[in-house]
Design a protein around this ligand. Sequence first.
Ligand code: FMN
Length: 171
Amino acid sequence: MSALVVYESIYGNTRAVAEAVAEGLGGADVREVTELGELAEAPGLIVAGGPTHMHGLTTGRSRRMAHEAAKEDGAETERPEADRGLRECLRDLPDGGGALAAAFDTRLDRAAALTGSAARGIARRLKRRGYAVVATDSFLVEDAEGPLEEGELERARAWGAGLAERQPAGG
Ligand SMILES: Cc1cc2nc3c(=O)[nH]c(=O)nc-3n(C[C@H](O)[C@H](O)[C@H](O)COP(=O)(O)O)c2cc1C
């Protein structure tokens, strides 16, 4: 069964998690949102992840803020200041028809009530598009620009491996 991991990442932390999840899955097509293009049909499993910005998914404004902050700090950013984020990418997905899906985010290590979580909004959007969301999780960064907290990549790999077990046999 085909597995697709689609992610958005400004500073690279969510990309690292996406790649670790794909490793855990035992291989998957890993695509940044601006590289995905239009899908002809739903993959067997889709995993979608993005950074938490202002308690939810990124917006054009939050992405600009992130790029500006990076410039001020002399930090590297991963992607161009594109109009397209995970929000737009999920809106354009083909109907899931009940295909399996999972959602993750990266966010700060504080109570979720304080930080918010993009994963919740990602899961809600996947469900709306007809996908059966079987897992939702957050992976934690030490600061807005990262790095990921210790052990988070291992946890992401294990999370991916757990998702692989959810796929129907023969996949
Ligand atoms: C504009 C902006 C808003 C943010 N808002 C939140 C937030 O509401 N909650 C949170 O936990 N983290 C917040 N963060 C921190 C991001 O979650 C963090 O930058 C992200 O996980 C890093 O992922 P990336 O390296 O893939 O871009 C914010 C960061 C930026 C730049």
